[in-house]
Write a protein that binds this ligand. Structure first.
Ligand code: PLP
Length: 211
């Protein structure tokens, strides 16, 4: 495995699903990886958005690597002020966080790009809104001039294809229903299913770094 193999598998999954490979972007999740590893295993193959779970770790790496940075992990409200450093926040998971981000965007004079994280597996330990909250939440977000909601994101429960694939399908259905173009779904163990089910952003970490 490694990045070229992951790209090849994404392309094959696209062909199986009758999609064009350009519709899917690989977000290289670099949490826990050194700058040297990121250069060798990711950036040696081209330019890719880099995803981090924690703000502090991301900020350190930003000083050392020029890249498009995405935040894929939970954002605490007291760290909302760092959101403008990220090209995309995948993990908007509450109205209160949205309100904090709206203020940050206004102050910085920018429109922050976000995805709404949906806890489709309804796991209590996971972040994300429940799907039945979307009809109320999305219109509220659309009223916020410094937020731009581009799509939805999900982290499915760990499980077999019969559990995970329907979750990905559901995220695509919801994105369609609300007219949102981006679907961030799929990690090292399940990104091919995610691509077949309509992912536009896959967040792959481990598979890029194993030898
Ligand atoms: C770590 C992480 C990933 C990548 O997971 P891998 O299993 O390493 O591919 C994707 N999304 C989120 C939210 C993560 O925290």
């Amino acid at each position: 495995m490694g990045l070229p193999q992951v790209l090849e598998r994404i392309a094959r999954a696209c062909r199986r699903a009758g999609r064009r490979p350009e519709e899917v972007r690989l977000v290289a999740v670099t949490k826990g990886r050194s700058v040297e590893e990121i250069r060798e295993k990711v950036l040696a193959y081209g330019t890719f958005p880099l995803g981090e779970s924690r703000v502090q770790e991301a900020l350190k790496k930003m000083d050392l690597l020029h890249a498009e940075w995405h935040l894929v992990g939970h954002l605490q409200r007291n760290k909302a002020k760092f959101a403008p450093r990220f090209a995309l926040v995948h993990s908007l998971d509450s109205l209160r966080l949205a309100e904090a981000l709206e203020k940050v965007g206004e102050k910085a004079g920018v429109r922050l790009k976000v995805l709404v994280e949906v806890n489709l597996g309804r796991e209590p330990q996971k972040h994300g809104v429940l799907e039945e909250e979307l009809p109320e939440l999305l219109p509220r977000l659309r009223e916020m001039p410094h937020l731009e909601v581009l799509g939805l994101m999900t982290v499915p429960p760990i499980g077999p294809e019969a559990v995970v694939r329907p979750i990905f399908r559901r995220l695509s259905e919801l994105a369609d229903r609300y007219g949102l173009p981006e679907r961030s779904m799929g990690m090292s163990d399940d990104y091919e299913w995610a691509v077949e089910e309509g992912a536009t952003l896959v967040r792959v970490g481990r598979a890029l770094f194993v030898d």
